[in-house]
Design a protein around this ligand. Structure first.
Ligand code: AMP
Ligand code: GLY
Length: 429
């Protein structure tokens, strides 16, 4: 089998790495890939925005399965372009991708199908949004969340504790700071609890969750500082207790499946449910229509089946016959970022110690690297995802950080507390 992965981050490196292990796979291409992916796949210089060129490539190379990594091409309709040309693809249609592409669409979908989520409202006028926010604060809420409706690369959400910052953010949305994405905003109540991610495969007939995971969104230890794309993740997430998992299935995943069926949405891919879990009760913060990054890194470190076979079954609408096999071990992935991220950061700094880091079973997924004069250099905000397994979460954490210590580049920044939340007591209530 010939496989094409579309994208260039840590998620795509993890996907390439897992697909390559399948005995059915002869060759993996990645478009456009990065310097680390190039060691595991043949990189093809086509940007993710060139939907027709990607389909031409898949057609010419007789690609058996294309796996789409990021949300932008999905929201631009890449799965429809491929399917119209008879090419097998893992990824939802453009219509279904609105579940991530429009927070208003997602909110309405959740309300219609009874999926628990934060109470909220959508607005197309700044004044209406501001009035709603003022009323909420006067009624005594401790915080409010304002979200630009469209894709904003993780920057379109403000969790506001004060009225003024919420109002300012509404202005910045409608003043065009997020382009078209901010022409509508969703305002919702701030939820308390602990976050977790559930990635579930679905082909429109069946929905199957992968093992649970938890990201660390803030840039600094103890969840301080601004939000990022994600600074590290681990799996399993103990906050997803057996009872919480059962509620997630009954109250979220099954209604989700009914919803996509009733709305006639062609969803053959992964739904990433961002959850807030409070005292065992899950509520949906957001849907994404792609694998979480870095969440998929520790999740795939625990996968022990044939990843190509699973994704191929999804693409062909036959998920019911796929085999998911998981290790009972834990896995952790620590993101190493360029100093300054998520603000302005440097590029082109040489990275050393990569081989050394992988000597004891760790795997370094590349997120933002490129090759310059034969050397691997930094090329993005999130640079690497250093992943390791362990018999317990404590062991996995130690193994991951042992590998991180071997890697050096100028102004490298990483959190020192990835995985610590897993050590807390979580009552199964
Ligand atoms: P989203 O893109 O909607 O997941 O929002 C990004 C981040 O903002 C989430 O991962 C949460 O940390 C936070 N967030 C979003 N919605 C809420 C909410 N209703 N209550 C508390 N935090 C939220
Ligand atoms: N790690 C969060 C995301 O992929 O959106």
């Amino acid at each position: 089998m010939q496989v094409l992965v579309v994208g260039s981050g840590g998620r795509e490196h993890a996907l390439v790495w897992a697909l390559k292990k399948s005995p059915k796979v002869d060759h993996v291409y990645c478009a456009p890939g990065n310097a680390g992916i190039a060691a595991d796949a043949e990189c093809v210089d086509i940007p993710v925005s060139e939907l027709e060129k990607l389909a031409d490539f898949a057609h010419d190379k007789k690609i058996d399965l294309t796996v789409i990594g990021p949300e932008n091409p999905l929201c631009a309709g890449i799965a429809d372009v491929f399917r119209a040309r008879g090419l097998a693809v893992f990824g939802p249609s453009q219509a279904a991708a609105q579940l991530e592409g429009s927070k208003d669409f997602a909110k309405k979908f959740m309300l219609k199908y009874g999926i628990p989520t934060a109470r909220g409202n959508s607005f197309t006028q700044a004044d209406d949004a501001k009035k709603y926010i003022r009323d909420e604060f006067s009624s005594g809420v401790r915080g409010i969340v304002v979200k630009a409706d469209g894709l904003a690369a993780g920057k379109g959400v403000l969790v506001a504790e004060s009225l003024d910052e919420a109002l300012d953010f509404v202005d910045s949305c409608f003043e065009g700071n997020f382009g078209k994405a901010g022409a509508k905003v969703v305002v919702e109540e701030k939820l308390d609890g602990e976050e977790a991610s559930i990635l579930a495969l679905t082909d429109g007939h069946t929905i199957v969750p992968l093992v649970s995971s938890q990201d660390h969104k803030r840039i600094f230890d103890l969840d301080q500082g601004p939000n990022t794309g994600g600074m590290g993740a681990y799996s399993p997430a103990p906050v997803v207790t057996p009872k919480a998992a059962a509620r997630i299935n009954d109250q979220i995943l099954q209604p989700f499946l009914r919803g996509i069926q009733q709305e006639n949405l062609d969803f053959r891919g992964v739904i990433f449910v961002g959850l807030m879990i409070d005292k065992g009760l899950p509520k949906v913060l957001e849907f994404n229509v792609r694998f979480g990054d870095p969440e998929i890194q520790p999740v795939l470190r625990r996968f022990e089946g044939d990843w190509f076979d699973v994704l191929d079954h999804v693409a062909h609408g036959d998920l019911a016959n796929a085999q998911l096999v998981w290790s009972g071990e834990a896995a952790v992935s620590v993101v190493m970022a360029a100093g300054g991220y998520p603000g302005k950061y440097d590029k082109n700094d040489e990275i050393s110690g990569l081989e050394e880091a992988e000597k004891n079973g760790a795997k370094v997924f590349h997120a933002g690297t490129s090759l310059a004069n034969g050397k691997i250099v930094t090329a993005g905000g999130r640079v690497l995802g250093v992943s390791a397994r362990g018999k317990t979460i404590v062991e996995a954490i130690a193994n991951a950080y042992r590998a991180v210590e071997k890697i050096h580049f100028k102004n490298a920044h990483f959190r020192k507390d990835i995985g610590q939340k897993a050590l807390k007591q979580h009552d199964d209530i």
